[in-house]
Design a protein around this ligand. Structure first.
Ligand code: PLP
Length: 440
């Protein structure tokens, strides 16, 4: 290994991009409850997913193999994302907090879209291209996932159709311009492109839309289109799998520093950045090799892990998907309009849910205002403006660093810096001007 080791920033070389993904299914203490057909409540088989996903991704979704090879074309595309990403030390934040703890953060903000999401978008576009898909459809809230998939489709020459939650389409147009620049077609959802969208627009004109509605529209379009498939940005097993490039790199970087994390922290919407960051290390913990604690951070206003029920529920609002066993607030839950759009999903990845149920993952929830206070402190100390989602992880990291100071312990705190906030400055403006609702 030729990488230069310095604990301010641990860089890896291109050949250090992992050559396989880690599949937590192989190491789970008990099997993942299977998805069910909502009509019969019988487990669905791989065949039942064929209308929406290509067989090669379905095979990954149900795989029990511990490792799955990353094709060379995907590793090449990961270079375009700036992989491997650095692990950076937040020394100025440590100094500001006067903590003996060491705080590290994984730079997933450096991809062209500014988040971790292209790690799976690239893989999904590649496997769809290989399977003969020509059109990919998806949903997006504020546009992080839509821009990641648009980028990936432009790399592998697929058409991309994105249903964007209407209120974001109207109020946050910049990521729409990103998607359109990459060549995607973007519709405000509910749209008049689908039967479901038309019905909603007729029943409630001016419907603001929601992620659940947009998922239903994207699935309807994939099912009825020719050579069309649907692509999901979080929650599914194969999405968690693709994101494990993050955590495998972190493990290598921590080994180079000769340090073991006491805490690994990530924010959770559907669970993918958290899973990608922690699952490789959780695999070690399940084998008794480390005693790292894993902290999943969510908003108090969308508390699926801390306030939801562990039960079977639909993945979308219209009830078109199979039933998944997960922590859920109910598929008809309407979240309050917080700035962390990526954390507003009613459910949680089944793998993250099971590991939370088993006590391996510890969930916490914070109020929006407190997370922005943490984000502003981080920006002033380290110079990077975090995504509102990422602010949740930062808040947890700061709290643990303060706790370490009180106990005079030199803890190693590592969090996933899931994205930057340069297209979410409206949230910062709201916070800085004192207009942010203190109850949410
Ligand atoms: C989408 C997003 C999230 C939340 O999604 P997960 O699937 O839970 O990772 C978090 N941070 C950023 C920056 C995002 O774009």
């Amino acid at each position: 290994m030729t990488s230069h080791v310095d604990d301010m920033r641990v860089q890896l070389d291109i050949e250090d991009i992992p050559n396989r993904w880690y599949n937590i299914a192989a190491d789970l203490p008990e099997p993942l409850p299977p998805p069910l057909n909502p009509g019969t409540r019988e487990p669905i088989g791989p065949e039942d997913l064929k209308a929406i996903f290509p067989m090669n991704l379905i095979a990954q979704e149900v795989s029990q193999d511990r490792y799955i090879d990353i094709p060379q074309e995907v590793r090449d595309a990961y270079v375009l994302l700036g992989r491997p990403s650095p692990l950076q030390r937040a020394k100025r934040l440590e100094a500001a907090l006067k903590t003996p703890a060491k705080i590290f953060f994984k730079r997933e903000d450096l991809s062209p879209c500014g988040s971790h999401k292209p790690n799976t978008a690239i893989a999904q576009a590649y496997f769809n291209m290989k399977a003969g898909t020509e059109n990919l459809t998806t949903e997006t809230g504020a546009g992080q996932w839509g821009s990641a998939l648009s980028l990936a489709c432009s790399i592998f020459d697929l058409n991309c159709t994105v249903f964007m939650v209407r209120i974001s389409y109207d109020q946050k147009p910049y990521r729409r311009y990103v998607m359109e620049t990459y060549g995607a077609k973007v519709f405000p959802s509910p749209s008049n492109e689908t039967e479901y969208g038309k019905r909603l627009n007729k029943e409630s004109p001016g419907h603001p839309g929601s992620l659940g509605v947009a998922i239903s529209e994207a699935i309807e379009t994939a099912v009825h289109g020719k050579n069309s498939k649907y692509s999901l940005g979080s929650v599914a097993n194969h999405v968690m799998l693709h994101q494990t490039v993050i955590g495998q790199e972190v493990m290598k970087q921590m080994r180079m520093l000769d340090l073991k994390p006491d805490y690994m922290i990530g924010c959770v919407g559907g669970g993918s950045n958290f899973a990608g960051f922690t699952f490789p290390m959780i695999g070690e913990k399940l084998k008794g090799k480390v005693d790292t604690e894993f902290v999943a951070v969510e908003p108090t206003s969308v508390p699926s892990l801390t306030g939801g029920k562990y039960e079977y529920d639909f993945g979308d609002t219209a009830g078109m998907t199979p039933l998944f066993k997960m922590y859920t607030l109910g598929h008809e839950f309407v979240p309050s309009p917080i700035h962390a759009g990526g954390l507003r999903y009613h459910g949680m990845a089944p793998t993250v849910s099971l590991l939370t149920k088993l006590g391996v993952i510890k969930p916490v929830a914070f109020r929006q205002k407190d997370t922005f206070a943490a984000g502003v402190m981080f920006a002033k100390a380290e110079g990077i403006i975090p995504a509102p989602e990422t602010n949740h992880a930062i808040k947890a990291a700061i709290d643990l660093a303060i706790q370490a100071k009180e106990k005079k312990e030199e803890k190693i705190i590592v969090f996933n810096f899931s994205g930057h906030g340069l297209l979410d400055l409206g949230g910062y403006s709201n916070y800085l001007s004192g207009k942010m609702n203190s109850s949410a």
